[in-house]
Design a protein around this ligand. Structure first.
Ligand SMILES: C[S@@+](CC[C@H](N)C(=O)[O-])C[C@H]1O[C@@H](n2cnc3c(N)ncnc32)[C@H](O)[C@@H]1O
Length: 469
């Protein structure tokens, strides 16, 4: 019999100094330990805390280390940045790392992080306007993607552990209808004895549950992503459909999405409509949008409308001949931008998003917008052949940023002005560096909190030609 290893544990009382990029509280132990030999200099990272919280941490085997592994912790005294309503949750999924902080403290944390990243690339904090938060920062997400866990859980991966799925019991992010759908699907799954897909063995059936809900029309999409089709498919999905329809009159699209590839993010899926449409309809700004299960749509429509109106304000008194919307998705920014343009070209890599953008333009009577399905840099290079420098280039890249090659290509293209919409201030800063050599400077930064309770934030950045260039 192997004996379980036990480590000596030291206990320290600490005060959380700050929150790191992953949303964990940071403290450095500055006083002697309660039982012995460690002490000053040891760094600890603690989840679900706010700056100023006093916490007792247990740290195993920390001798000789600079960074402690956290064994256990308890809150001794709440600090001024803690949300007084929040209670510690042992089933924490990691989807909302800032949840213990008051909303004001979350906004301050994001503002400071954005200013620090931009300061590193010489963008003065004086150009950064105060972050725009939400009045009601809960149940704001219009899309949730949950994982079927092999132990019957249906939820998100545990923080730092991609093998473990934490059952989603109560969500501050999902809408109430999404949570109702989650419970119905979970009950149906367990009643039907269907297996969950195991990423390691590549066996098992059910992979993900996609939930999407329109903010304005309330239409709900439920999509089961599976590694194939079960033998008794018809009876199973009929049962699921009856259960969902009995409780959710807003159900507008019920889908079975086959993904038999190894990749979780495969574009080669086959969609079977169980009931309703293959898309839901959203009313957004003055437009209507069709949203399919795999199309990117801004996840927080309340804040996304504010972002569109910020962009509209930046361009409102101008008339542009040619506008490029890079990484255009389904045209969320393209449609309002087209109102100020003679011609607009949207470029996007996902074919279904481009089809959707074309259809959205048509549905909304917009005739001067054209959409190209292409990798962004290739699409831009092809456009250069047709157009001279455009008056305005808007880019809204994924979280990984646009990258140096893309930014240099934009710089060489010499658009009259650039609006960069970013969901990652670190990558934004890395990307902005490249434009300086091409004669551009940042003139305005507006942060928007698109993702309350998470570490993410959005920025709209105006970049113009330097006056002497
Ligand atoms: C942050 S989203 C923005 C979408 C759109 N602007 C909107 O507001 O809905 C980024 C988009 O870039 C697309 N994308 C990702 N990598 C790309 C690439 N290399 N080339 C072109 N588009 C890409 C994604 O499919 C996604 O639609």
């Amino acid at each position: 019999m192997t004996k379980k290893k036990t480590y000596p544990t030291e206990t320290y009382d600490i005060t959380i100094e700050s929150i790191n990029e992953r949303g964990n509280g940071y403290a450095r132990i500055t006083h002697p330990p309660t039982r012995g030999h460690m002490g000053a200099g040891l760094q600890v990272f603690v989840p679900q805390v706010a700056p100023g919280d006093k916490v007792r941490v247990s740290v195993p085997n920390a001798k000789g280390r600079r960074r402690a592994r956290l064994f256990d912790y308890e809150l001794l005294q709440a600090g001024p940045n803690r949300d007084p309503e929040f209670e510690f949750r042992p089933d924490f999924s990691g989807g909302t790392p800032l949840i213990a902080m008051s909303y004001k403290a979350q906004l301050d944390y994001k503002q400071q992080m954005i200013e620090e990243y931009l300061d590193k690339v010489s963008v003065s904090s004086e150009l950064v306007r105060p972050i725009i938060g939400m009045e009601q920062p809960i149940h704001y997400r219009n899309k949730m993607e949950l994982t079927f866990g092999v132990d019957g859980s249906l939820g998100m991966h545990a923080q730092g552990n991609y093998k473990k799925v934490v059952d989603l019991k109560d969500s501050v992010l999902a809408t109430k209808d999404m949570m109702t759908a989650k419970y119905i699907v979970q009950r149906w799954w367990l009643d039907s004895n269907l297996s969950a897909y195991n990423k390691e063995t590549k066996e098992g059936l059910l992979r993900h549950l996609i939930l999407r809900q329109s903010h304005q029309t309330k239409e709900l999409m439920v999509g089961i992503v599976a590694n194939g089709m079960p033998e008794n498919y018809e009876a199973l999905v009929q049962d699921l459909s009856v259960r969902l329809e009995a409780e959710l009159p807003v159900l507008a699209s019920l889908l079975w999405i086959e993904n038999t590839s190894i990749s979780e993010r495969s574009y080669e899926t086959t969609t079977h409509i169980i009931s309703g449409n293959d898309h839901i309809n959203e009313a957004f700004c003055d437009f209507t949008f069709r949203i399919w299960h795999d199309t990117f749509f801004q996840p927080n429509p309340v804040q996304a409308e504010k972002m569109v109106s910020i962009v509209e304000d930046l361009i409102k008194d101008k008339k542009y001949n040619q506008v490029v919307d890079l990484y255009c998705g389904i045209g969320t920014f393209s449609l309002p931008l087209a109102k100020q343009a003679e011609q607009l070209t949207g470029i996007e890599i996902v074919e279904s998003s481009i089809e959707s953008a074309k259809r959205n333009a048509k549905d909304n009577g917009i005739t001067n917008a054209h959409f190209i399905c292409s990798e962004a840099r290739r699409g831009l290079e092809a456009l250069k052949e047709q157009w001279g420098s455009p008056d305005l280039l808007v880019l809204d890249p994924p979280r990984s940023g646009a990258g140096g090659k893309m930014m240099r290509s934009i710089g060489r293209y010499q658009p009259g002005a650039i609006i960069y919409i970013s969901c990652n201030p670190k990558e934004l800063a890395n990307d902005l560096v490249w434009l300086e050599d091409f004669g551009y400077e940042v003139t305005y930064v507006q942060p928007v909190d698109q993702f309350p309770h998470t570490v993410h934030s959005e920025c709209i950045v105006m970049i113009e030609k330097k006056a002497n260039d």
